[in-house]
Design a protein around this ligand. Structure first.
Ligand code: C2E
Ligand code: MG
Ligand code: MG
Length: 559
């Protein structure tokens, strides 16, 4: 009899050890069946294992309690094991017999104890796997992360492929504002609720993950796409006390081609992200489907960013100068330095590379380089005793966050010993309050040291009169879209606005220039409205430095 017991005991230990060694195939039901068999064999009435994240949670009774076996009679505890792991988690196991059962022999209690310790080992191992899974495949807010996305995709691809599905990338619109309005804690709830709603919509055959911040990516069956896009177009999401807030996204969509293989996951990400960025840039609505043109643009962007450092080092960027002309006398009163890239025997216009360089802070390096170049030219002209005019240089808005900007600009200008009145800095309008404050700091700082500042492209973006009133600008550059067409009558809105903007800025003591002047009729319009200075193709295109020097020497345009 004792011999039989020993044999069975070893068999059970062996089975438990096997379970330990095969974590991937752990089956809770099978495990409970084994524990039931063991409990019945030893005459136990109950077995319980408990898991708590730490001692405090244990004291408060918040944890996981698993009843491994219970025949309803267990009330005398014969084994009680409690371990505290290195991570401060508490694992506890207890065995019971019924009150009427005679106490087990010491040997059996020892065996029960050993089996219990094996079970606790298994429980903590499984918890560890759960924890690793949570940490690896979720971010700190509990959303599945990109690793979860990659795992899902590779799993699906290996189990019958992923055709018939669509990838969607979205950035929540104005989520910063939502956080600001309802508070961060409620904002988190809104984000989770919105996520859950989408997650439910796409069901088990899809996945949705947070890429970071308020950016998400998902893959779902084509049949759910319409519903998903409806939610992403705007949905009242509940939070707090029966309140709701409207949430929507800038959305990129990419329908996955047949025969997709999981090594192309990076490719999917590139495509849906490019599409949602296009949505964010506006012009095409808030939902944009990926197309090849977008991909080519992205490739071009990567190419330019890669070429930029060497191009700068090799002096491939040149300053061209476009004269600013007094419309009454024809005299050159200034010029704007505009960048041209000489690459592979071609001249690349700024429209093709400036927006790319503005995606990161490369543009700042280029702007400093252009200022440096303009200062070198000015120094040369001053040394040569030429008729020198004020040169304006464009500064991207990307500089505004740089607290050392003023020092950097001054160090360049002063190193070339350029009198400050020969330098003008062109800045475009801003839309956010933070940028507005930085702009104020920069413009005021330049004003203090006698460097001219101008509002570039006025009238093109969201022009605000506050911008002119609150900042000490010197010059207002009116964009060509503000200039009334030749044939327009004097009472059209465009004509009226043009006339009054010029009158207003001049009353405020600002210089006024109109950009993009192409025809003689437009020059007449400028004169009629008392805008004294023009810049545009009518006089000259941006010129290479040698050409511009000739214009400087001539001093006047025939008018
Ligand atoms: P912007 O500062 O408004 O410069 C004026 C643009 O209008 C120039 O384009 C100029 O060639 C163009 N333009 C001048 N007159 C006429 C005209 O009569 N008709 C038409 N249709 N266009 C005219 P460009 O040189 O292609 O530069 C485009 C933009 O690129 C500039 O606009 C400026 O925002 C940016 N940019 C150029 N160089 C630099 C630079 O060094 N740094 C920065 N940050 N931006 C630059
Ligand atoms: Mg400009
Ligand atoms: Mg402009």
């Amino acid at each position: 009899m004792e011999h039989d017991k020993t044999t069975r005991y070893y068999q059970y230990l062996e089975k438990l050890t096997d379970e330990m060694n095969d974590p991937d195939h752990f089956d809770r039901a099978q495990f409970v069946a084994l524990l039931t068999e063991i409990s019945e064999f030893f005459g136990l009435s109950k077995g319980v294992t408990e898991f708590y994240e730490n001692v405090m949670m244990e004291q408060r009774g918040i944890g996981e309690v698993l009843i491994d076996y219970d025949n309803g009679h267990g009330d005398v505890c014969i084994v009680d094991r409690r371990f505290i792991t290195k991570t401060q988690a508490v694992i506890r196991g207890r065995l019971y017999i019924a009150a009427e059962t005679p106490m087990l022999p010491d040997e059996d209690i020892r065996r029960g104890d050993l089996i219990m310790r094996c079970v606790l080992g298994l429980v903590s191992r499984n918890r560890l796997i759960d924890t690793v899974e949570t940490l690896m495949f979720h971010d700190q807010s509990g959303f599945p992360n990109l690793r979860a996305f990659a795992r899902f995709m590779s799993h699906e691809c290996m189990n019958g492929g992923i055709s018939g599905r669509t990838a969607v990338h979205f950035n929540l619109r104005h989520f910063g504002m939502i956080n600001h309005d309802i508070g961060r804690a409620q904002g988190d709830i809104v984000m989770h609720n919105y996520f859950d709603l989408l997650d439910e919509t796409i069901g088990e055959t899809g996945i949705i993950c947070r890429v970071g911040g308020d950016n998400f990516v998902m893959v779902c069956e084509n049949q759910y796409v319409e519903q998903v896009l409806e939610i992403l177009s705007g949905y009242p999401v509940p939070f707090g006390n029966e309140q709701r807030v409207d949430v929507s996204g800038y959305v990129g969509v990419y329908v996955l081609p047949d025969g997709f293989i999981w090594t192309q996951i990076g490719d999917i990400m590139d495509k849906v992200t490019a599409a949602s960025q296009a949505a964010k840039r506006g012009n095409h609505g808030n939902i944009v489907y990926f197309d090849q043109k977008m991909h080519d643009m992205k490739e071009n962007q990567v190419r330019i960013q890669a070429l930029f450092p060497l191009a700068l080092e090799k002096h491939e960027f040149h300053a061209f100068y476009q004269p600013k002309v007094d419309v009454y006398t024809g005299r050159i009163v200034g010029a704007e330095a505009l960048c041209r890239w000489f690459h592979d025997g071609q001249i690349v216009p700024p429209g093709q590379f400036i927006p790319v360089l503005e995606q990161n802070t490369d543009i700042c390096q280029l702007d400093f380089y252009m200022l440096e170049t303009a200062c070198e030219h000015l120094r040369k002209w001053l040394n040569e005793g030429r008729n020198v005019v004020r040169i304006s240089v464009n500064l991207s808005r990307k500089h505004l966050m740089n607290v050392d900007l003023l020092d950097r600009l001054l160090s360049i200008i002063d190193r070339h010993l350029i009198p400050h009145e020969y330098i003008e800095i062109e800045l475009t309008e801003t839309t956010t309050e933070v940028e507005f404050n930085s702009l104020k700091r920069v413009v005021s700082g330049l004003q203090r040291v006698g460097i001219f500042t101008s509002v570039d492209d006025f009238g093109m973006g969201y022009s605000s009169l506050n911008l002119i009133r609150e900042l000490p600008w010197n010059v207002l550059k009116i964009d060509r879209c503000f200039v009334p067409p030749d044939d327009e009558t004097d009472t059209s809105t465009t004509s009226l606005m043009y006339k009054h903007v010029i009158a207003m800025t001049q009353d405020m003591g600002l210089e006024c220039i109109t950009e993009g002047v192409e025809t003689r009729r437009q020059v007449d319009v400028l004169r009629k409205n008392h805008c004294g200075i023009a810049q545009g193709f009518f006089f000259d295109k941006p010129l290479p430095v040698e050409e511009f020097e000739k214009r400087l020497d001539q001093q006047f345009y025939p008018i």
